[in-house]
Design a protein around this ligand. Structure first.
Ligand code: DAK
Length: 269
């Protein structure tokens, strides 16, 4: 498939848009009148979209429609009438969605434009890393609603910034601006406009796409697993992934290209 052609799956979904250009998938949550709040349909659309993602997609950006919000959280109106069993199903769907980002063997960047609150912040943390625009606002305000973060926020924020800082943010439910988010290590880099933000995310993915895709997939997997295991097990996982790559054509191509003083031509094999 020609990866330079822009493909568009937009009409298929009610609540998201999905376009592929230059091998990069751009998944946009598209409920701007509700600040892209997450209801069941959004999760169903994302799960359907990510489950059908094709091999020609080598990097993914997730963002929100409009200038105001990435995602302003779970849909509070929809949650207001949920029973306990519906909440379990909703939460499970949210977990499934965030795990899909983690399991994709390609880099996933959350491009946060505006509010990333509650489930929105949790969705962003499920990406491999976060870029944000200057107007980004992050927060986990669930305790203000008598809830706790339910889409992995207690787990991912503590792993990202440490338990103490995560508790301070969760207990207070306070919002933080982009500078504080950068200082805490939540955001890798901030940008002065939404256009710059998306361009930077695309440029980063294009840079990564020049490298061995099997190596990227392996490194993503091993880094993701690192927070769940002790150092000895982690080094063992790294060792296995490292040595497995010696059986790939891409690894031979990469080192031979260096020795031949030429650019590598990786094929993903
Ligand atoms: N849900 C539903 N609608 C929302 C929304 C949300 N989270 N956020 C905004 N909207 C809607 C508003 O109701 C409004 O709709 P209309 O009234 O025009 O119909 C429209 O978006 C524009 O919002 P505002 O008029 O409020 O805009 P402002 O600029 O005045 O304020 C704001 C922007 C982001 C400060 C404000 O909208 C806001 O505070 N929004 C709520 C933010 C929030 O608390 N988010 C966290 C939600 S709690 C679980 C798993 C996960 C979760 C829970 C349970 N399970 C275990 C099941 C996650 C929970 C959350 O995410």
């Amino acid at each position: 498939m020609n990866t330079n052609v822009k493909e568009n799956n937009t009409e298929k979904y009610q609540t998201i848009r999905f376009e592929v250009e230059q091998g990069i998938g751009l998944l946009t949550i598209n409920r701007p009148d509700k600040l892209n709040a997450l209801n069941q349909q959004v999760f169903l659309d994302i799960v359907d979209c990510l489950s059908a993602i094709e091999d020609n997609v080598r990097g993914l950006i997730i963002t929100g429609e409009g200038q105001k919000a990435f995602i302003a959280g779970a849909d509070i109106k929809a949650m207001s009438t949920m029973t306990e069993s519906e909440a379990i199903a909703f939460s499970a769907l949210g977990h499934k969605t965030t795990m899909l980002f983690a399991d994709l063997p390609i880099p996933v960047i959350a491009a946060v434009n505006g509010f990333a609150l509650g489930g929105g912040f949790e969705m962003a943390m499920a990406a491999d890393f976060i870029y944000a625009s200057d107007n980004a606002v992050f927060g986990l305000p669930e305790t203000k609603l008598g809830l706790i973060p339910g889409f992995g926020g207690t787990q991912r924020l503590a792993r990202l910034i440490g338990a103490s800082k995560a508790k301070e943010l969760v207990f207070t439910g306070r919002n933080i601006n982009v500078d504080e988010a950068v200082n805490l290590g939540i955001v890798v880099q901030s940008f002065s406009s939404q256009e710059e933000l998306l361009n930077a995310a695309k440029a980063t993915l294009l840079q990564a796409m020049k490298n061995g895709q099997l190596a990227i997939a392996a490194s993503k997997k091993v880094i993701n697993e690192s927070s769940d295991v002790n150092i000895v097990e982690g080094l063992s996982l790294e060792n296995k992934a490292f040595s497995t790559l010696f059986g790939t054509k891409d690894m031979r191509e990469g080192v031979n290209a260096f020795l031949d003083k030429r650019s590598a031509n990786f094929t993903g094999k």
